[in-house]
Design a protein around this ligand. Structure first.
Ligand code: ADP
Ligand code: MG
Ligand code: MG
Length: 246
């Protein structure tokens, strides 16, 4: 589904990704772990097509299509979802407005009919229920005044509504208490654990992986994948640290 080969990328002339190769198949969950500054968020931004990140070498295909040729909104319409470490606040725009607009613009790009207000609210209620987020929260402005846990749950509701094929989640577990961690983990499973979908889970900690069990765990260091293993690799890292393992 996702095939990254020899990816090199830089920002402001500084090389961050250094020949990164990674393949994620349909139905799989891969975790990416690694020390601070390794290039994990950079990888997520490059895959999302964020301006300022320049790919200097290598390729990325998504279901066989050259992803680097696509604009960020085209990548989203093709089924890519990015969850961020620090979700943005959008004063003056409610979650419901924002999500309906985002969903319908993606549907339009795919040649699908837009959802009506009623259809959209039904879908939003279903996904909010999954993440145990009160519908009242979705009527409020995007992320304004939300706690860390509420932001992450709202982001997972967004993921549920957009129903992507590939989700790249960057430290979705940061700032979550134990209960929110479980809710978010179960939400990721409910939304993304399907034969035609895949997840790239960027995380520092094993704890999210207790809920969302990865098929593979990769260690990213200095802009490359330096080690790949099964779920046991995350446990080993937790016990011994990156320096001992990678
Ligand atoms: P990680 O998510 O693994 O902690 P990042 O991808 O955020 O790492 O950062 C990788 C490296 O890129 C770090 O050394 C960071 O300082 C550097 N970096 C990130 N953004 C910029 C930028 N805008 N300009 C220059 N260097 C940057
Ligand atoms: Mg970091
Ligand atoms: Mg990061």
């Amino acid at each position: 589904m996702l095939k990254i080969e020899n990816l090199h990328a830089e920002i402001d002339g500084k090389q961050i990704l250094n020949g990164l190769t990674l393949e994620v198949g349909a139905g799989e969950v891969h975790a990416i772990m690694g020390p601070n500054g390794a290039g994990k968020s950079t990888l997520a931004y490059v895959l999302g097509g964020r301006p300022g990140y320049e790919v200097t070498e290598g390729s990325v295909t998504f279901n066989g299509e050259d992803m680097l040729e696509l604009e960020p909104h085209e990548r989203a319409a093709a089924g890519l979802f990015l969850g961020f470490q620090y979700p943005v606040e959008i004063p003056g725009v409610s979650n419901v407005q924002f999500l309906r607009e985002a969903l319908n613009s993606q549907r339009k790009a795919r040649g699908e009919e837009p959802l009506s207000g009623g259809e959209f609210l039904k879908l939003a209620k279903e996904k909010a229920g999954l993440l145990k987020l009160d519908m009242e929260m979705l009527k409020r402005n995007v992320n304004v005044g939300f706690s860390g846990g509420e932001k992450k749950r709202a982001e997972m509701v967004q993921m549920g509504i957009l129903d992507p094929k590939l989700a790249i989640l960057d430290e979705t577990d940061s700032g979550l208490d134990i209960d929110a961690l479980r809710t978010v983990g179960e939400g990721i499973n409910a939304i993304m654990r399907q034969p035609d979908k895949a997840v790239l889970l960027i995380t520092h900690y094993q704890r999210l992986l207790d809920y969302v069990q990865p098929d593979k765990v990769h260690i990213l260091a200095k802009g490359q994948i330096v080690k790949t293993g099964g779920p046991e690799l995350a446990l080993e890292l937790e016990r011994e640290g990156y320096e001992a393992v990678a």
